[in-house]
Design a protein around this ligand. Sequence first.
Ligand code: PLP
Length: 482
Amino acid sequence: MRKKLPIHDFLIGHARKNPISFHMPGHKGSAIYKRLGYGEFLNNIMDCDITEIAGADNLFQTEGIIRESMKVYENLYDSKKSYLLINGTSGGIIAAIMAAVPKGKKIIMARNSHKSVFNALGLAHIQPLYAYPDMIEEYGISGAIPPEEIEKLLKSNPDAEAVILPSPNYYGICSDINSIAEIVHKYNKILIVDQAHGAHLKMFSKFGVKGLPKSAEESGADIVINSTHKTLTSYTQSAILNLNTDRVSPYVIEDKLQSIESTSPSYILMASLDINANILLQHGQELMPQWADNLNIFYNEAGKIEGMEYIDKVLGMDWTKINFSLGSLGISGDELEKILLEKYRIFIELYTGDLVMCMTGIGNTKTDIVRLVNALKEIASERAGFSQKQQIRTRNDSGHLLAYKKSEIYEIPREKIRIPLLQAEGRICASSIIPYPPGIPLVCPGEKFEKEILYYIKSLREHGEKVIGVNAAGEVVVGADK
Ligand SMILES: Cc1ncc(COP(=O)(O)O)c(C=O)c1O
């Protein structure tokens, strides 16, 4: 009998379940490639796994087929230059920061940035100046970065070189990039937008779908990095960096990209980017409005479900991310995730307290959406009449709110030790604490561990959430000095 193949067997088992995916990646499986005529690539995937043979061009000196594909993206995003990335938006963010901010200098950054931003700081010894997001207390999640916050920081820190923020954030909330770009450029600085979750925004406007926030490309950002794999049809780990400015030299960007990306770039990933661009060009006109129509089915039907609350299609909201709660019926996020999975084979992206987020993508069909909304109708009707007194209100993501509160930043410790989590009160963090998802550091190196945060981290672990930075023995890394 063949030996167990741990990863392979898991994946095949998952594929056999025929899951309904409301998590990344955006293609949602092979159906969209097959339906639109890219099946030959799927059938020959192993033989397409090549390296830089004759005629295959070179990702780090593009003159042939890769350059051609870049041009298609430049057309789609109306950028000055578009780069294919094979180390995700994470790699693009690190390269963009290193290109915009000289070693040892300062950057203004959203405190709720992705960990790749924090990694760039460490690699280039860049000092952060934190811009804090608004908090949406009703849902317990972080909101937009106010333009005034950026202006205040730029005014008091004329030596900051650039600004970086995520928009949309994980939940779909966009910042006012138009106003922020105006402010940043008034101070003659560079604006980088982490649009990992919004690669599709430009495509909605390109193909005439109204009602979604404008993309950062259309709003004046200098560098925008897009995880096309999260919501469109390229493979996981592929992404696109759009350079829209003369404020940063393409040669510097190219140098930084080649220094952090793999020297064996995957042609499978690059081909999936190529296919993604082709799908948008050939079928965007029909696919983007269809996606919006399917979402409208959800929002129209969800409004009729007794006890259901959801973040509506409000201004500044990327409503392709569906955020909803059955907390008023006493159903917590983790319970709802389990019911959807076990009874309906529906996989969600994440939950925060009682708020569940389903990440839709271009590959979701009308059937997927109808199944989701019907499942929610059924679950809600089974719980109808639930005593309001017992409603679940765990959505206050209090730990995150606490962490994002403006804390003092100390020097990052050089001498480090590991100690049990609950003994870390008052100690300086030496290795980020990052719940996954959403991958945003709760405590960063140089911040002090406070008692409430330590208990919050403990409770996350007790609820089975993955918290990077706390090892299996429940220890964290702190500065050796007390
Ligand atoms: C806000 C944000 N930025 C950047 C990234 C990194 O993107 P990628 O997975 O393409 O490297 C993520 C990943 O989840 C993210 O959530």
